[in-house]
Write a protein that binds this ligand. Structure first.
Ligand SMILES: *[C@@H]1O[C@H](CO)[C@@H](O)[C@H](O)[C@H]1NC(C)=O
Ligand SMILES: *[C@@H]1O[C@H](CO)[C@@H](O)[C@H](O)[C@H]1NC(C)=O
Ligand SMILES: *[C@@H]1O[C@H](CO)[C@@H](O)[C@H](O)[C@H]1NC(C)=O
Ligand SMILES: *[C@@H]1O[C@H](CO)[C@@H](O)[C@H](O)[C@H]1NC(C)=O
Ligand SMILES: *[C@@H]1O[C@H](CO)[C@@H](O)[C@H](O)[C@H]1NC(C)=O
Ligand SMILES: *[C@@H]1O[C@H](CO)[C@@H](O)[C@H](O)[C@H]1NC(C)=O
Length: 194
């Protein structure tokens, strides 16, 4: 027991994780044969602010934040359900997971970095990585799609977002997503036969 055991455990967990998460043959995808395509879809992200299943919490702030009219320095983490419709009972297709930083001294504005993690439907298992500014009081804001995984490997694009409803229970955001990504069809065996 002791150190060696823990190291061994860590090692097996690490190899397990690597072995499971990325099927070997996908290392061999040939990017020069990949086809670029554009995909557009709409998603609804729900911040649940109260009740037993809150999905967004404050995690850090500084002294300055307490007296700042713009909550400057406040850091918030969220893991929100992502739905197919603006209705809070509609089907969940994923989670929106990430960080919000109140990053403006003048006017409330957020710096946000988050992942859309698909948990069902045709993109199940894939993720989109989003970054951008959210000037809270404006009607619309934009995020950049800076990458992704699975179906969305090498993704780039943009999200136009707006608040479609808000109450003390929740806030629902509409995301119109435009993403350029690649299809790697029929090339899983590249290099594997030799
Ligand atoms: C990828 O495809 C290109 C175009 O067919 C080919 O020239 C290249 O050798 C392939 N690369 C690999 C690693 O198979
Ligand atoms: C909270 O989550 C639990 C477990 O998923 C669920 O059974 C319950 O209905 C949820 N409550 C509300 C108010 O959404
Ligand atoms: C925060 O404010 C308290 C009370 O004024 C002070 O004692 C403390 O040193 C401050 N901390 C920082 C990190 O400025
Ligand atoms: C999504 O993918 C996971 C992991 O492959 C699988 O366990 C799950 O059943 C899938 N969910 C749906 C709704 O297809
Ligand atoms: C998303 O697209 C729909 C349909 O074109 C449009 O009605 C809606 O206003 C758009 N929402 C955003 C946030 O751009
Ligand atoms: C939420 O709704 C209230 C009342 O309709 C509105 O004044 C406020 O600007 C909304 N907040 C956001 C972030 O959209």
């Amino acid at each position: 027991m002791g150190k060696q055991f823990i190291l061994l455990m860590l090692f097996s967990i690490a190899t397990m994780a690597i072995g499971k998460a990325i099927p070997k043959e996908t290392y061999l995808q040939n990017i020069s044969l990949a086809k670029e395509k554009v995909t557009q879809f709409q998603l609804y992200v729900q911040d649940i602010l109260s009740g037993p299943n809150v999905t967004i919490i404050q995690v850090a702030w500084g002294n300055y934040t307490l007296t700042s009219p713009t909550s400057f320095g406040l850091v918030v983490v969220f893991d929100d359900p992502v739905r197919t419709r603006s209705n809070p009972d509609s089907e969940i297709v994923g989670r929106a997971q990430g960080l919000v930083t109140f990053a403006s001294l003048e006017g409330i504005s957020l710096h946000m970095t988050h992942d859309i993690v698909f948990t069902s439907g045709e993109y199940n298992g894939s993720t989109l990585n989003l970054v951008g500014r959210n000037p809270l009081l404006r009607d619309y804001h934009e995020f950049s799609v800076v990458g992704g995984s699975g179906t969305f490997r090498l993704a780039r694009g943009f999200v136009v977002a707006r608040t479609v409803s808000n109450s003390t229970y929740n806030t629902i955001f509409e995301y119109n997503v435009t993403v350029i990504h690649y299809s790697f069809v029929n090339q899983l065996k590249i290099g594997a036969s030799k």
